[in-house]
Write a protein that binds this ligand. Structure first.
Ligand SMILES: [Zn+2]
Ligand SMILES: [Zn+2]
Length: 219
């Protein structure tokens, strides 16, 4: 929005500036009461004088001369700022091109800034999602096993007790927290359960043999 306002302000300022433009005379020039050689001669302006041209009619520029309006031929004027030919059409088109360039650049900057802002917030969202996912994985990354039915489950908290298939010992699982989940496969050589962990899982909770310790080996 600021860029748009700036562009408009620049255009308005430049448009105002067009109405009164400084020129330099390239030789002694006659000042006449109207835009033509048939008008009354009011006097002359010396070569190299800077004058304000407030309006241009064809090849005649309107100037203030001795307190009244006068006209001088633009062929003896040089644009002070651009050192270019003072013909109105040429000066105007150059100014319009500059104005358009400024306006387009301002607009592009505005659009680009909006797109960058959108892209930044989008990637920030993605990072947040990724962090969230990692956090979730870390939070729910424990392996539990039941030493009655040999069930294994990856879960954030101890899984529900109901639903054990070893009915001899009752309907409830007897869960043991054995390891945080990770990339390496481990298998108990006694009960055969298989899990993935970053390090050697806990030994307790095995359902086989006289002692309740799992015997883990990398799978
Ligand atoms: Zn069970
Ligand atoms: Zn085991």
């Amino acid at each position: 929005m600021k860029a748009r306002i700036l562009a408009i302000v620049i255009i308005v300022l430049c448009a105002l500036h067009l109405n009164a433009k400084p020129y330099v005379t390239t030789q002694d020039v006659n000042v006449r009461s109207g835009a033509g050689t048939n008008y009354e001669l009011l006097g002359t302006i010396k070569d190299g004088t800077t004058i304000e041209v407030t309006d241009i009619k064809g090849t005649w520029g309107k100037v203030s001369f001795s307190g009244s309006d006068g006209y001088v031929s633009t062929q003896y004027l040089k644009d002070e700022a651009e050192e270019a030919a003072p013909a109105k059409s040429k000066g105007n088109s150059t100014t319009i091109i500059i104005l358009l360039s400024v306006a387009v650049a301002a607009l592009l900057a505005f659009i680009l800034r909006k797109q960058i802002a959108a892209a930044v917030s989008k990637s920030a969202e993605k990072v947040e999602d990724a962090v969230h996912t990692i956090t979730e994985v870390q939070e729910s990354s424990y392996w539990y096993n039941c030493n009655q039915c040999d069930a294994v489950k990856e879960s954030l908290d101890t899984p529900p007790a109901t639903g054990c298939t070893n009915t001899k010992k009752g309907p409830n699982h007897n869960w043991f927290k054995i390891a945080a989940a990770g990339p390496t496969h481990y298998q108990c050589q006694k009960c055969g359960i298989l899990i993935t962990s970053a390090k050697l899982p806990e030994a307790n909770g095995c359902s086989r043999g006289p002692d309740p310790l799992h015997s883990w080996e990398k799978f």
